[in-house]
Design a protein around this ligand. Structure first.
Ligand SMILES: C[S@@+](CC[C@H](N)C(=O)[O-])C[C@H]1O[C@@H](n2cnc3c(N)ncnc32)[C@H](O)[C@@H]1O
Length: 433
């Protein structure tokens, strides 16, 4: 250990680790954010990035609070059998903060994600679940799957990604996680003076549409000649200005900068899981909350037919416009631009037979979930990208007497600790008077 704070307190005479201290640590489990968990010499928990359960590592402390430390494993003293060489030359301690599980074999990544999900559901919802995280087609070797990438740009106009919890950039010449369509835009090979960020999205329907959305930090006379459509500070330049995806026999158009599932296989597997779990019948009334560009609304619209109905609620105006366009052939689908709130659920969605919700990372929250519990549709599908937020909302439903009928997990974010869930929930059985 080096460079710690030397303390004489309550008869103790020991060195507490502080920033830049070097510690030797044994990694126990994995934390929800993807770091290994260890005990520091003073008993505080240490979250150790770039480590694996079972490893003994030498780690440099990056951040200290009264309750825990954050550290990076910089030397692996006893490696795990699941450790591999990172495929990207920019991965590693103090380097690109984009995907920090590159040192873990893919099957072990999925097993660790399953542990994280089971642990969060147990801790926060009090339920024991067996979880299997399924591989999804479209990411050979866990690479080339990001169909949307946000590049940062340094003041000199060079492209990179932020280091973990840092304003500093790792300059890159290529990103192995980016889909070939994104890389074809050639963003990294160009210089972007005056630009702060460039987000690139590509189609997955076989066309070669690629769009770059830039935001600038100062007036820029002209942008470099990127091999993509351009939208600069919200102003459309050369087209195209959106991308296309094909799912369940339908084509979805998504405006540049708006949400679509990033992994090329994601929309298909999530829609398949939601439809199988909800088992919609012709004539059903369905509510799709946080509807984005209308992925679930359109496919459920086909399933319930013209005698049924789908109400899609989406907060972002341009995403809602995409959803309306993507379902314009379906009179049974109505798109409403509105924030999802408890009040909206209580009084503006009627009495649906089925509900699907796919909220952002923060989850639906306690108030919205409680309002959904009171709606008591026949089935509810909860699509979640944050196991902790999901487990917190799940507890609200379980406390209201709901049952978790199934929980599927998909590896939509290889090389990271992220995972996507689809939960099917059933309301309490109505007690007959
Ligand atoms: C995870 S995406 C899901 C989109 C869609 N279900 C899909 O799979 O393509 C979440 C969506 O919720 C929208 N959103 C975020 N907060 C919202 C809120 N409070 N009310 C309504 N929509 C919201 C975002 O604009 C985004 O389109």
């Amino acid at each position: 250990m080096s460079r710690g704070v030397h303390l004489h307190r309550a008869g103790l005479n020991r060195t507490l680790p502080g920033p830049e201290s070097l510690l030797e640590l044994d990694i126990g489990s994995i934390a929800a954010g993807g770091a290994g968990v260890a005990r520091g010499p003073d008993g505080r928990v240490v979250f150790v990035r770039h480590a694996l359960p079972g490893e003994r590592v030498r780690a440099v402390v990056r951040q200290e609070t009264t309750r825990f430390l954050r550290a990076d494993a910089v030397e692996i003293l006893t490696p795990s059998p699941d450790r591999v060489d990172p495929p990207c030359p920019h991965a590693g301690p103090g380097r690109c903060g984009g995907c920090d599980w590159q040192h873990i074999a893919l099957p072990a990544q999925r097993a660790l994600k399953a542990d994280i999900v089971a642990d969060q559901v147990h801790r926060l919802a009090g339920l024991e679940v067996a979880v299997e995280v399924r591989e999804v087609d479209g990411a050979p070797d866990g690479l080339g799957w990001r169909t949307r990438v946000q590049f940062a740009v340094d003041p000199a106009g060079r492209v990179g990604f932020h280091h973990h919890r840092s304003g500093q950039l790792e300059l890159i010449e290529a990103c192995p996680l980016a889909a070939p369509g994104v890389e074809a835009a050639g963003v990294e090979a160009l210089e972007w003076p005056g630009v702060a960020r460039v987000e690139v999205a590509c189609s997955t329907d076989g066309d070669d549409r690629v769009v770059a959305v830039t935001s600038t930090r100062r007036h820029v006379k002209s942008l470099p000649d990127v091999n993509a459509g351009i939208i600069a500070d919200g102003r459309p330049g050369r087209g195209p200005h959106g991308v296309r995806h094909r799912v369940g026999g339908r084509t979805f158009e998504v405006a540049a900068g708006r949400f679509w599932q990033i992994h090329p296989g994601a929309a298909e597997v999530l829609a398949g899981s939601v439809l199988a779990g909800l088992a919609p019948r012709p004539g059903d009334a369905v509510v799709d909350l946080y509807a984005g560009a209308g992925l679930f609304a359109a496919l459920l619209g086909d399933a319930v037919g013209r005698e049924g109905s789908v109400l899609a609620v989406e907060g972002d105006q341009r995403a809602a416009a995409d959803a309306a366009r993507n379902t314009s052939d379906q009179p049974q689908v109505k798109v409403r631009t509105a924030a999802v709130t408890a009040e909206l659920v209580r009084s503006r969605v009627g009495r649906p037979d089925l509900v699907v919700l796919d909220p952002p990372r923060a989850g639906a929250g306690l108030a919205v979930t409680a309002a959904l519990a009171a709606l008591a549709p026949r089935r509810l599908a909860y699509v979640a990208c944050d196991p902790a937020a999901f487990a917190r909302d799940l507890k609200v439903l379980l406390d209201a007497g709901w049952t978790l009928a199934s929980l599927e997990a998909f590896d939509l974010f290889p090389m990271t600790a992220h995972v996507e869930l689809v939960a099917i929930l059933l309301p309490p059985i109505a007690v007959m008077a």
